[in-house]
Design a protein. Structure first.
Length: 544
């Protein structure tokens, strides 16, 4: 049996071969028949609705064109150009155009058919143009020219148009015949496909039936009655009759393997029952000794439980104290952190203040320098005032010499002198005040330098305090970690001690239960001995 057949059950193979495959083949055959009928129907519809009407329509165009030509000839021969004849010609021309448009819109089959239709229209248009010339000659009374034109050009153009339509009719007829022939060939091909599909279905179903029959025989391994007889003997307790299988890995071969295995198992069970009887007697004796030892173990376990309980209480007290210490150290660490943050902020503020103070000292020193420059300028102004005073005195002297004509100049010189004296007095006052400002500036600079030294000392102290607080903070964190580790270790020890106490209690309880169980085992051993005897009697009833 192939791996594929092994992976598919017998039931599934029967379902596939008896139901699924026949249904699929029936669907395929029905589909082929449906396609054949649809193809035949489409070809028949095309032949009836397109090919035949298109030929009829072309013949109508040819007939109408011939009727139009006859009407023109009649009008020329009898010299009629009245309105009824002209209306008749227009009606026939319109009819031809309508028929040609209908053919172009509804009955074109292929490109050649379209080309022929366009040629028909072109030839008909030439004919209609020649007829229009003839009608104009007829209206103007040129009868001979009209007859001549009818006999030559109009007749030639009509013949070409008629020939084009006849050629088109011939092509449409051949196209219909070709399509009909193709329909016959398609029907024959579809028939052969149907026959081939049916034959393939018969062969496939026959092959599947043979394979399933062969697989069923191989699966059973031979005649099914032999398998039923073997099962009946095993049901009666007789495992001594062997079963011959024709195929390995079959149902009968598996029954033979089961018979052999069951017989061997029953034999081993019989031997085990005899051994169990001996073990049950030994177990009953040993269980009494176990019960005595279990009583002693229970007393010792009770004393151990009391000691473990006391140890658990002591460990719990130590754990509570360690938690309190951890909380206090954690608080100290938080305070140290806040102190470190405050000192850091103070150090930053002192640094900013030191920078600003340095700028103030520099500004004050610049003020002292600028005061000196102002004092120098005031000195120059004082010198200018003294020189102005001298010049004013000289001017007054010169004015006195001038007499009456220099009196006005003398007044001006006196005013200039007084102004120079006031300027000198003002410059002396300014110089005194600048002197006082310079003294004060020097005192301020000295005080600021002293403050700068004190500030630098304060910054150094703040840095040292910050370092000390950081060390305190680090030590506090280490202490917190150590206390946390101690607390964790104590918690683990507390848990362990509780588990030990619980285990000791369980051991004490288990010892008591073991004592009771040992007594129960003794009773059970007696019952087991009886059961082993019964099992021994039962296995003797099988035939192996």
């Amino acid at each position: 049996m192939s791996p594929m057949n092994k992976s598919i059950s017998l039931t599934m193979r029967l379902v596939v071969s008896m139901f699924i495959v026949p249904i699929l083949m029936a669907v395929v055959i029905a589909y082929q028949g449906f396609r054949q009928s649809e193809d035949s129907k489409s070809r028949l519809d095309y032949f009836i609705l397109t090919s035949v009407p298109s030929i009829e329509l072309l013949e109508r165009i040819r007939y109408t064109l011939a009727k139009h030509a006859a009407t023109v000839n009649l009008a020329v021969l009898v010299h009629k150009d009245d309105k009824s004849v002209l209306d008749k010609l227009d009606e026939l021309q319109s009819g031809i155009e309508i028929l040609e448009d209908k053919f172009a819109n509804e009955y074109l089959a292929d490109e050649e058919d379209k080309r022929l239709s366009d040629l028909d229209k072109a030839q008909t248009l030439r004919y209609m143009q020649s007829v229009a010339q003839t009608v104009e000659m007829l209206k103007s009374g040129e009868i001979d020219k009209a007859k001549n034109l009818i006999a030559t050009d109009v007749a030639l153009v009509y013949a070409e148009a008629d020939q084009a339509i006849k050629k088109h009719v011939s092509y449409a007829t051949k196209l219909a015949a070709k399509f009909q022939e193709e329909g016959k060939e398609s029907a024959v091909n579809n028939m052969w496909i149907q026959l081939g599909t049916t034959g393939f279905a018969v062969l496939l179903l026959g092959g599947l039936g043979f394979l399933n029959f062969h697989d069923i025989i191989r699966t059973l391994g031979g005649e099914p009655r032999r398998a039923a007889s073997a099962v009946r003997l095993m049901a009666q307790g007789d495992f001594s009759q062997s079963i011959r299988a024709q195929y390995p890995n079959s149902l009968i071969a598996d029954l033979e393997a089961m018979r052999s295995s069951q017989g061997e198992s029953i034999h081993k069970l019989h031997e085990a029952a005899r051994s169990l009887l001996l073990y049950a007697e030994s177990l009953a004796s040993a269980s009494h000794q176990v019960a005595s030892g279990a009583n002693d173990g229970s007393d010792n376990a009770t004393r151990m439980a009391a000691s473990a309980e006391e140890m658990t209480i002591n460990i719990s007290n130590v754990a509570e104290s360690a938690n309190i210490v951890s909380h206090k150290v954690s608080q100290a660490g938080d305070i140290a952190i806040r102190g470190a943050e405050s000192i850091t902020e103070l150090t930053r503020n002192l640094a900013d203040f030191s920078i600003n103070f340095h700028q103030s000292v520099s500004t004050t020193q610049n003020l002292g320098q600028q005061s000196g420059e102002i004092r120098s300028i005031v000195g120059e102004i004082k010198d200018i005032a003294e020189q102005t005073n001298i010049l004013a005195l000289n001017a007054a002297i010169e004015a006195a010499r001038a007499g009456e004509s220099g009196r006005g100049f003398a007044v001006v010189a006196d005013e200039v002198r007084k102004l120079a004296e006031r300027t000198k007095q003002s410059t002396e006052d300014i110089a005194g005040k600048i002197q006082s400002i310079q003294v004060n500036v020097q005192q301020v600079v000295g005080a600021m330098n002293k403050n700068l030294q004190d500030m630098a000392h304060s910054e150094a102290l703040a840095e040292r305090a910050n370092s000390a607080v950081q060390e305190i903070r680090s030590a506090s964190e280490n202490t917190v970690h150590l206390v946390a580790d101690i607390s964790s270790a104590i918690a683990v020890n507390s848990t362990t001690s509780k588990e030990v106490a619980k285990a000791v209690e369980n051991f004490a309880s288990l010892s008591e239960e073991n004592s009771v169980a040992a007594k129960q085992v003794a009773i059970t051993a007696s019952e087991l001995s009886k059961l082993a005897e019964s099992l021994n009697q039962l296995t003797r009833s099988f035939k192996v």
